[in-house]
Design a protein around this ligand. Structure first.
Ligand code: SF4
Length: 489
């Protein structure tokens, strides 16, 4: 046994697991109150020389599962991490087996509650299995439905065609945390641009951060891969502000394989702004209707119409944009299958090069949460995601990235689809967490991957805009400490 591992009792790996357990019972529609005292669930975790064994009972029913103790690598920290993961996974899966038996429900993603299910396919591929067997193993291990495992397989196949990610690459994220109005489902820390005198001071702070931090790519020995200007809504800036931002950013980050500027709200676009973006060589923009039903657009606070979405697509095509991404949301308040069909029909007409179909998730910091808005029935959410998949297929797209969130309608997923050659590298990198991210702006999170140790270091920028402006020097310092320290420091 590697030095240090034997000192860790198996139960210590289960500290802070309670939120994971609540996520499992939520998969079956059980309220969090099932965990309130007096709680009928109890768990026992044991180990012998070769296996961990877990038992969950609710008094009447019992579920028991076991798993081998992971083989030692000789590196104490890595062994500890592998064991922690194995014990926690076993604990969750055993509880899942108990709930499956008592409720008779089969959740679409089985016992998975994490954000990145593709990772499980990659784990099996790294263990030497071919893709089809990796899918079968994920079905067997996590009770994932075969159609969802097939979706993961398609995504991994598409990702295998992209320039391989890795330790030598670094992506850049630049955040503009301003929007024209706040969407009802939004959980980001973005300011309303119309109210603020903060935009100019924010840009000055951002420019300082960019000038002082851009050199970290070269200093840390990496090569620039993709640049993503997101938010917020970057096109909420004026054409002149956008021009200053892109002048600086393009000078600091030459040679990227891909540039994206989020142009999310159609009502923020003008031919002048689009010309500024195009003139800086940005190939990919995102114009996001979320829904093409005017009534819903009002309900969710978007303050634009479906007509403005169509006009924005026409304007962008006239300015020679050949890669426009469209984001839509399945399960918006008051929408049924027929409403989502209208949005998908518009997607077919507008022919974006990539389409991201989100499923509504009600986050705690959103207006929908405050208003206690209900999520749609699981069957409706599922019908919508199937419609999204069919529309993408009809447009000639394949799925290329996927992630899940907590509190999603019908326990579904968010999927990015794209035409061949139009998958967004940055989206894949951020979701698969296999490329370093150098992030600028309020709320941006820089990430350093440690491929040999299998963990990720993070340097978050403060998300409050005033705090960011006041403390921008500290944000640069955090990034330098993250990327220039030796591994293990
Ligand atoms: S456009 Fe995006 S960042 Fe802005 S309020 Fe809506 S969801 Fe939030």
């Amino acid at each position: 046994m590697a030095e240090g591992v034997s000192a860790v009792a198996v139960t210590e790996y289960l500290d802070t697991i309670e939120p994971d357990l609540k996520n499992i019972t939520r998969l079956f529609g059980l309220p969090d109150s099932v965990w309130d005292a007096p709680c009928s669930y109890s768990m026992r975790m044991e180990e012998d020389a070769a296996r961990y064994r877990c038992t969950w009972t609710d008094g009447e029913h019992t579920a028991r599962l076991e798993t081998p103790i992971p083989a030692e690598t000789g590196v104490a920290r890595t062994d500890d991490l592998h064991r922690r993961r194995a014990v926690r996974r076993l604990c969750r899966q055993t509880l899942y087996a108990l709930c499956r038996e008592t409720t008779g429900i089969h959740p679409p993603w089985g016992s998975l509650t994490g954000i990145r299910p593709t990772r499980l396919i990659y784990e099996q591929l790294e263990a030497g299995l071919p893709l089809e067997e990796a899918q079968a193993r994920v079905i067997a291990l996590f009770d994932v439905r075969p159609d969802k495992a097939e979706l993961l397989g398609e995504i991994v196949r598409t990702q295998s065609l992209l320039p391989p990610p890795g330790d030598g690459w670094m992506d850049v994220y630049i955040g503009i945390p301003f929007c024209t109005t706040r969407c009802a489902y939004c959980s980001f820390s973005s300011g309303e641009i119309g109210k603020g005198k903060l935009v100019e001071p924010y840009l000055q702070a951002l420019f300082t951060e960019l000038e002082q931090g851009a050199g970290l790519i070269r200093e840390s020995g990496r090569t620039l891969r993709a640049v993503y200007v997101g938010g917020g809504t970057p096109t909420a800036l004026s054409a002149e502000q956008l021009e200053r931002l892109l002048d600086l950013a393009c000078g600091l980050f030459p040679g990227a394989l891909e540039w994206t500027v989020e142009a999310g709200r159609p009502d923020t676009l003008s031919p002048e702004k689009l010309r500024v973006i195009r003139a800086h060589g940005v190939g990919r923009i995102s114009i996001n209707p979320q829904t093409m039903n005017d009534r819903t657009l009002q309900v969710i606070g978007r303050a634009h119409t479906a007509r403005q979405v169509r006009d924005a697509y026409a304007m962008a095509r006239a300015e020679s944009f050949h890669h426009i991404n469209m984001d839509v949301i399945a399960g918006l308040p008051g929408e049924g299958l027929e409403d989502f069909a209208v949005t998908m029909e518009a997607a077919r007409e507008l022919r974006p090069e990539s389409l991201t179909v989100h499923t509504l998730a009600i986050k705690r910091s959103s207006r929908l949460h405050l208003e206690n808005a209900p999520l749609p029935a699981a069957s409706v959410a599922e019908g919508m995601t199937e419609m999204g998949r069919a529309a993408a297929k009809a447009l000639g797209m394949t799925p290329y990235y996927l992630y899940r969130q907590k509190y999603m309608a019908g326990n579904q997923e968010n999927v990015g689809y794209a035409l061949p050659g139009h998958a967004c590298l940055y989206n894949v990198d951020i979701m698969e967490e296999n490329t370093h991210i150098l992030a600028f702006g309020a709320g941006g999170i820089s990430k350093r991957i440690y491929p040999d140790e299998g963990h990720i270091g993070r340097a978050p920028n403060v998300s409050n805009i005033e705090q960011y402006i006041a403390r921008v020097g500290e944000m640069v310092g955090r990034k330098r400490a993250l990327f220039l320290s030796a591994p293990g420091e």
